[in-house]
Design a protein around this ligand. Structure first.
Ligand SMILES: [Ca+2]
Length: 446
């Protein structure tokens, strides 16, 4: 008897200890969500993995009832401008999927580009390394020489990578990064030539700097994509702090913008403000916060961007030339402190701005994104996949025209911060993480 009582006592003591630990963990997570300085905390801070995983599972079960993929309560009191603008009905992939981890432990893998079939150029943000990952061989190269000096504090470092449309002949590689300049740092874009032996990037030169410089290490934006004419779209951030973030509204600053430039960094001559002497010629659209994802819809050709919101209010927008997307005048989010932004005006259109096609409340912390432009998994065709950081999931968004009609959350059991998404020529969905892993998702049996 005595023996049993002791072991029971020990069991209950341990149970209480474990529960107490779990409770402390939760408190820390919620406390970390609201401090004032907190873009870094919220975007870069501890994840809220467990809660998110549970809610995503519930979402799948409830999907038959037309419930949203989002099951957590809203953070804000804002109402959408139209019903499909948030909390789309949950959808579930029916194809059986196969998941593989190609590499791991490499640090924050910020950007990826497939430069040859199943071979990716991958950036490591903090060490500023450019690497080659071979998806078939589960292998990673030594760092490529000749990459630029970066400022790697905060959200800075080596950011995105893209290869020129004529890469097979030109071997041109484009990189974005945060660069030290007089007066602070800027989002910079440069290009170099990948040597035949793939060991170095030669003649690297900076072709564009998103001025003005600012003394801060948050919100660099930094995604790049080529259009069909071989020109580049570059996204920036508004550098986060109040009041510098107001420069997102100014046409004499490249902060909080989509920028449209040639491979030499010159403004494209059809840009909307080219004849406006007060405005910078490279600006394509403005009023953005921190754009971390950009891709063309494979069917409509629309240019979709993913904007990191404040606390909630992350947005999907269709970018059109000359449009103003409203930040920081209007938002479906609130400050990290819980305060309202600009007295809490959420309606974009009523204020003369473009409504987001979709927004998240609570936050999805959306990063890199890619449309699925392949028929390897037919039910995914033309869906948009978005990496989630704090939210620790990949969002699959189903779009009809310009309307979001469904959302699903993938890889919710990994506890990873998903940084960038890519779809290979073979139709594999590739996701890189802040933990330094690359996941490959394909249809099972392929
Ligand atoms: Ca907006």
């Amino acid at each position: 008897m005595t023996k049993i009582s002791w072991s029971r006592l020990l069991f209950f003591t341990m149970l209480i200890f474990v529960l107490a630990l779990a409770a402390c963990g939760n408190d820390e997570t919620s406390n970390e969500e609201s401090p004032a300085d907190s873009d870094a905390t919220t975007e870069e801070g501890a994840d809220e993995g467990t809660e998110t995983e549970e809610s995503a599972d519930e979402g799948v079960e409830e999907s038959a009832d037309g419930e949203s993929a989002e099951t957590e309560p809203k953070i804000t009191e804002f109402e959408p401008a139209f019903p499909e603008q948030t909390r789309a009905p949950a959808v579930v992939t029916e194809t059986e999927l196969n998941e593989e981890v190609i590499v791991e432990g490499l640090g924050v893998l910020w950007g990826m580009a497939e430069f040859e079939p199943n071979r990716l150029l991958v950036t490591q943000r903090d060490t500023a390394e450019l690497l080659i990952v071979n998806l078939n061989e589960f292998a990673v190269s030594e760092p490529i020489e000749g990459t630029p000096e970066v400022n790697n504090s905060g959200q800075g470092g080596l950011l995105d990578v893209a290869v020129a449309p004529d890469f097979d002949e030109s071997r041109l590689v484009f990189l974005t990064f945060s660069q030290d300049v007089e007066g602070g740092t800027v989002t910079a874009l440069g290009k170099g030539v990948l040597s035949e032996d793939e060991a170095s990037l030669e003649d690297f030169e900076v072709i564009f700097q998103a001025e003005p410089a600012y003394e801060g290490d948050l919100h660099y934006g930094g995604r790049i994509i080529f259009d069909e004419d071989g020109n580049l779209f570059l996204t920036t951030g508004e550098r986060s702090d109040d009041p510098i973030r107001e420069r997102a509204q100014d046409l004499d600053a490249y902060l909080g913008k989509v920028i449209h430039i040639t491979q030499d960094g010159e403004a494209v001559d059809t840009n909307p403000f080219i004849d406006d002497e007060e405005a910078l010629d490279g600006i394509y659209s403005y009023g953005h916060r921190n754009i971390q994802g950009i891709d063309f819809h494979p069917e409509t050709g629309d240019l979709w961007i993913v904007e990191f919101g404040p606390q909630s209010g992350d947005e999907l927008n269709i970018v059109e030339p000359g449009n103003n997307y409203g930040w920081p005048i209007v938002s479906y989010g609130i400050e990290y402190t819980g305060e309202l932004i600009n007295d809490g005006i959420s309606e974009h259109e009523a204020q003369g701005f473009i409504e987001p096609r979709y927004y998240w409340d609570p936050t999805s912390a959306p990063s890199g994104s890619s449309f699925y432009d392949n028929d390897a998994i037919p039910e995914w065709e033309n869906n948009l996949f978005i990496g989630g950081l704090v939210s620790s999931y990949i969002a699959r968004v189903v779009i009809e025209g310009d309307t979001i009609v469904g959302e699903e959350r993938l890889l919710t059991d990994k506890g990873e911060r998903f940084r960038d998404i890519l779809v290979t020529e073979d139709g594999a969905l590739i996701a890189s993480t802040d933990g330094g892993a690359i996941y490959k998702i394909t249809a099972a049996g392929e």
